[in-house]
Design a binder for this molecule. Structure first.
Ligand SMILES: CC(C)(COP(=O)(O)OP(=O)(O)OC[C@H]1O[C@@H](n2cnc3c(N)ncnc32)[C@H](O)[C@@H]1OP(=O)(O)O)[C@@H](O)C(=O)NCCC(=O)NCCS
Length: 295
């Protein structure tokens, strides 16, 4: 059975504040995530198009949201969408509600001409029937490079409205961090993820106009999550400019713009990146979606 007599299917309802708040409540109840923190960061992704079932009292019962996430894959621009916020309230599961919102979202993506659709999930089997396949992601590990040039840096603070505005500008004009696989533009998720990462450091390298998103792990590893800006400095310049001497480096995206290589190690965690698109659309070289773009 699809749907329920007392439920209403609504598409593209982000203009309605009551419905948007109802989705925020669903995501808080199911995932324990507070999406309203985006309000302080400049608002939700303007390209977001949600599909949801609501009950008579406007409670959001089931949802999936599509949003535009243009990608570079194998050096080529790919018009891609992402799917996120897929959830059904427990008492309504097993009735095909998720299937119906997925079908509505995928019809939308196809009719809008998106060449690819991506998602992140811990339940890949749920998405295989819709034509998604899993991509293996890799992190790149190796010794710290030496011989970099020290440039001036400025620490940005997610609690500062001025710094958030500054970051938005950088993110809107960024160069993709890798040509193998990377978003061209992904402003809202970067800010949202940054706000949720207490140990994250955001250091702006003025000379390159790039912000370095990183943290130091307990065992002294430099974890590089993203480099967002018009130019991408070499890893050696990043390390020297940050005035740190890490024992080793882990880069969480393909380091093809960093003038450095590391040993590629496949992810073995629960979260799987999935893709749906034309036959043969597949990154040719090892890569990862930068953690700041996770959605
Ligand atoms: C996963 C979830 C969205 C499924 O919702 P639902 O309304 O029960 O799903 P449906 O009834 O529409 O089922 C659609 C299909 O998915 C299958 N399915 C449901 N849960 C599944 C799971 N965990 N793994 C694999 N397949 C699953 C169903 O068997 C059904 O297959 P069928 O059409 O061949 O019968 C829901 O259980 C949920 O909200 N879970 C918690 C949040 C979550 O995990 N979200 C998705 C992760 S990204």
């Amino acid at each position: 059975m699809t749907g329920h007599p007392a439920l209403v299917l609504r598409a593209n309802y982000f203009g309605d504040p009551i419905a948007s708040r109802a989705l925020a409540a669903l995501l808080d109840d199911i995932f324990g995530i507070d999406v309203t923190i985006l309000d302080r960061l400049g608002g939700p992704d303007p390209t977001g198009v949600p599909f949801a079932w609501f009950d008579a009292s406007s409670t959001c019962i089931a949802n999936i949201s599509a949003f535009s996430m243009p990608l570079v894959i194998n050096g080529n621009f790919t018009r891609a969408a992402g799917l996120q916020s897929g959830a059904v309230r427990p008492e309504y599961r097993g009735r095909g509600l998720f299937r119906s919102v997925m079908e509505a979202a995928l019809d939308y993506c196809d009719s809008e001409g998106f060449e690819a659709v991506t998602l992140l999930t811990d339940k890949p089997a749920l998405y295989e029937p819709y034509g998604f396949w899993a991509l293996t992601q890799h992190r790149f590990i190796g010794p710290a490079p030496t011989g970099g040039r020290a440039a001036a840096t400025r620490r940005l603070d997610m609690a500062s409205d001025a710094d958030v505005t500054f970051l938005r500008r950088l993110l809107n004009a960024r160069r993709p961090v890798s040509d193998r696989f990377a978003p061209l533009r992904q402003v809202e998720m970067f800010l949202f993820n940054a706000a949720l990462m207490p140990d994250l450091r955001l250091d702006f390298m003025e000379e390159n106009g790039a912000v370095i998103a990183w943290q130091q792990s307990e065992e002294g590893t430099f974890e590089l999550f993203d480099v967002a800006g018009a130019q991408i400095p070499t890893l050696a310049d990043v390390i020297t400019s940050l005035r740190i001497t890490p024992s080793r480096i882990r880069v969480h995206f393909a380091p093809d713009h960093l003038d450095w290589t590391g040993e590629a190690v496949a992810d073995d965690g629960d979260m799987v990146l999935m893709l749906r698109g034309a036959d043969g659309l597949h990154p040719e070289h090892l890569f990862a979606l930068p953690p700041m773009a996770e959605f």
